[in-house]
Ligand binder design. Structure first.
Ligand code: DON
Length: 309
């Protein structure tokens, strides 16, 4: 059997020596300060064991990876009626694009582009004050990771709030189609705080384990989502999780995955593993450069691609 620890150590060593590490996100000033030389990887297995290498215990801003968790939460509350608010087709456009929203009358293509995730935040906010909704998201993620130390990085949340014109535009534009239930600043407050949740690779891999285990969290024994829903969330991650880089990610890695501009990626090998990788430098479409390379290597060496060896 391939020794997972050895594979991860070799991947971390390759990453440490990489010359081109991509570029750290610049449009959120607090993220632009992050040291690009970091790299961490953690693999959580269905028996609860977690195998790590590199900076797997350093917390980073999960950013858009949070969209997997808010989608799972919102599906639990609203079931399939959620799909009247967002679609489930790849957009082929950048994560913060506004162009399709006009043609599609304020219904974003999928829950992972910013517009879609903001629409989901509007749903999560229903019946709550923004502070309560944010608390609910953090509690959900803590429960998934079975770790109460997970926190929001308030500096990142503030930094994005101060530079959030693009997301505010998306939200106002959707609201103009009568598709928003709450005030834009309240919805954005929820959205910016969910993106500012800080987690280590170790914590993130554990939090994703339910998606590798037919919706059940082996750490707590709870059925987080029904098996069919876990399968469907994985399908959306595969098709839409890397925005206009989703085709390339599927081609190279062959796993459902969700990236964030903090440089994190959560990838799921159904039935086999939940993988979190982090390296802050991004490629041209905003996905972690070394993180993608690491997952490509891992999937190949472990023969974990959903498309076979
Ligand atoms: O809304 C934003 O722009 C960020 N909070 C999240 C974007 C993101 O992570 C895109 N992922 N690669």
């Amino acid at each position: 059997m391939t020794d997972l620890q050895q594979v991860l150590d070799e991947i971390a060593l390759d990453a440490a020596m990489a010359a081109d590490r991509g570029v750290v996100a610049q449009y959120i000033p607090e993220l632009a300060k992050v040291d690009p030389r970091q790299f961490g990887i953690a693999v959580a297995l269905p028996d609860g064991q977690v195998v790590c290498a590199g900076d797997a215990e350093t917390a980073f801003s999960i950013q858009s990876v949070s969209k997997v968790f808010t989608l799972s939460m919102a599906l639990g509350k609203y079931g399939d009626s959620l799909w009247s608010r967002v679609g489930r087709e790849p957009s082929g456009d950048p994560f913060n694009s506004i162009v399709q929203l006009e043609q599609e009358k304020g219904r974003p293509r999928n829950p992972f582009i910013n517009a879609g995730a903001i629409a989901i935040a509007d749903l999560v906010l229903s019946g709550h004050q923004p502070r309560e909704a944010i608390g609910e998201i953090v509690r959900f993620i803590r429960h998934l990771a079975d770790d109460d130390s997970i926190r929001i990085d308030e500096r990142v949340a503030r930094s994005e709030t101060e530079h959030g014109d693009r997301n505010a535009s998306l939200a106002h534009f959707m609201r103009s189609f009568g598709r928003f239930s709450h005030q834009v600043d309240h919805v954005l407050g929820v959205y910016f705080h969910q993106c500012a949740i800080a987690m280590t690779c170790h914590q993130l891999a554990r939090a994703g384990l339910f998606l590798a285990s037919q919706g059940q969290n082996p750490l707590t024994g709870t059925q987080v989502v029904p098996p069919q829903r876990a399968r469907r969330i994985n399908a959306i991650m595969l098709m839409c999780g890397h925005y206009d880089g989703s085709g390339e990610f599927a081609y190279r890695v062959g796993l459902p995955g969700k990236s964030g501009v903090g440089g994190g990626i959560l990838a799921i090998a159904p039935g086999k593993a939940s993988i979190a990788v982090w390296s802050p430098g991004l490629d041209t479409v905003g996905n972690s450069k070394l993180g993608t390379a690491a997952l490509e290597q891992l999937a190949k060496r472990m023969e974990w691609s959903v498309f076979g060896a």
